[in-house]
Design a protein around this ligand. Sequence first.
Ligand code: SAM
Length: 246
Amino acid sequence: MNKCRVILFTFLVGIVSAGMAFSSDSDEYRAKRERMIEEIEGDVKATSRRIGKKELSKSVMKGMANVPRHEFVPGNLRRSAYENRPLPIGYGQTISQPYIVALMTDLLDIEGDDIVLEVGTGSGYQAAILAQLVKKVYTIEIIKELGEQAKGRLEDLGYKNIAVQVGDGYYGLEGLAPFDGIIVTAAANHVPPPLIKQLRPGGRMVIPVGGAFMTQQLMLVEKRNDGKIITKQVLPVIFVPLTGGH
Ligand code: SAM
């Protein structure tokens, strides 16, 4: 093989082994993502008493390390994409803080064969994290423009197991229920009864509960196999409100 061929071969192997999530990755973003992971680990340790664990599952952290968050933020914010904080994504909405995304994903306790519903697609970032861990992610967004943007972005990035729908997620997706896990990424002042109904016995829901524009409680809702509902407050959080007609 001459030198040019060797270089081309190495380049192609690099692209293939990097996989879909790294299609437009660079050393700069990779280094920033590694720092983001360290910050998440630091936040987990700092909140370990409240959240009841000293570390999150390895598969969740691997998912966080894989997804190119810079692809999910507006172009002018790419440099800040790996800061451990929420960022604006337009229409008055935000992409959530990486630590909170990781924690909520971990709390769901999902497995490879699971089918998960996300309410509040936003940028599609949380859906992309979930998609690496489960069989199928259904995600629903109330703002049409955001839903359509996220759908296009996730398709361009090669995610094949995410279905984006535009609609009011308060009512879930009854025709596709039950779900093994439900994650709500906007704050409601109560746990929506349709979502409880659509949770499989043995399944978990993670949802911020509380008033709009104030501190809410991140809640873990478990539906036991006998149908009994157990709720637990995990952490104070601040999310944009769950809107819609309910
Ligand atoms: N998960 C998103 C991400 O990874 O970028 C961040 C979600 S953002 C904090 C909350 C999202 O919930 C917003 O995009 C908002 O429009 C959406 N939302 C609010 N109320 C909703 C509802 N009733 N049904 C579906 N989506 C809703």
